[in-house]
Design a protein around this ligand. Sequence first.
Ligand SMILES: Cc1cc2nc3c(=O)[nH]c(=O)nc-3n(C[C@H](O)[C@H](O)[C@H](O)COP(=O)(O)O)c2cc1C
Length: 353
Amino acid sequence: MIFKKIKIGKLSLNNRVVVSPMCQYSAKNGSPTKWHYSHLLKLINSGASMLTIESTAVNKKGKITHNDLCLSNTKQKINFKKLIKFLKLHNNIPLTLQISHAGRKGSSQIPWIKSNTPLTKKQNNWQTVSASPIKKDKNWPIPKSLTKIEIKKIIKDFAKTTKLAMLAGLDGLEIHMAHGYLIHQFLSPISNKRTDEYGGSLEKRCRFAIEIAKIVRKVWPKNKILGARITGTDHLKNGITVKDSIYLVNKLKSIGFNYVCVSSGGILTKTKLRFYKGFRLKFASQIKKNSKILVRTSGQMDDLSFAETAIKKKEVDFVAVGRNFIKEPSFIFKYSKFKKEKKILNNQYLRCI
Ligand SMILES: Cc1cc2nc3c(=O)[nH]c(=O)nc-3n(C[C@H](O)[C@H](O)[C@H](O)COP(=O)(O)O)c2cc1C
């Protein structure tokens, strides 16, 4: 099953393992740098059937750190286009870009310098925004609650980034609705206490996500892949439940999204989330059972015989792997069932397995 093709919209993936998006905090003025060229080149030759490029901000204030990728102007578009052309010369698998707005998780220090720490004034911090003026953790600043005019502007920024991603030659687009970033801040009752049409009931908390999804669907070509990373659950009392997620996923399906990647956690620093092999599989499969969209999950899904069983049992359709593509870049080639699947290996490496 792992090596069985899967059709996503009009495109086909050669197998069921894709590279999960991984922020590198190594961009310059929003554009990719030499680091991205070498890092992504390794990943594109890993045997994965699709490469998801890290979370990329739709505007400057939507970055997590100063060094995030951002795709909001022509210069950045030109630099993304160069990167995509370079990667495509080396392997022609679909390249997907994850796009996002960090909201109250923005204006952060680069994690390897100081994790979970906001920037100081000296470090050119910026005023963050969110659904409500609720900070993400103690020692963090209070974000500004977005006005309706500001909400509409951010929705337009998502549309603009979508257009630029299309012009840059990307094959897929993934809207980041998880991990405690701005869209998630609207979805979760923990961070959204609004009393207007963007807060309150589940339907109202989903409005921001759905308005973004609709405008992106209009701009993004139908022959390319369109997906969203969502939160299966907040792992918190009073947070998003699997039932809430099923509602959102069915809306995304009806708008014309091709897949969802079920992730979880991140709305607060400390939740009840516990890590073990396939720790999101249970609720990802509940979401799959209750929707007709392709479902991917991530979170220690790199044991391929385990992933194979999950796909066979129709718990998920495909998986995203993050850290193991870095720690053990040839793990797909080492999988016992790979021997029959040499076609995904570059010819130059055929004598190596
Ligand atoms: C260095 C690093 C950066 C990450 N950046 C992103 C990101 O940009 N967007 C995202 O949705 N998830 C991000 N994640 C989460 C991964 O995509 C993935 O879901 C997570 O690592 C769990 O999968 P794994 O157990 O296979 O690593 C990141 C994870 C790591 C380790």
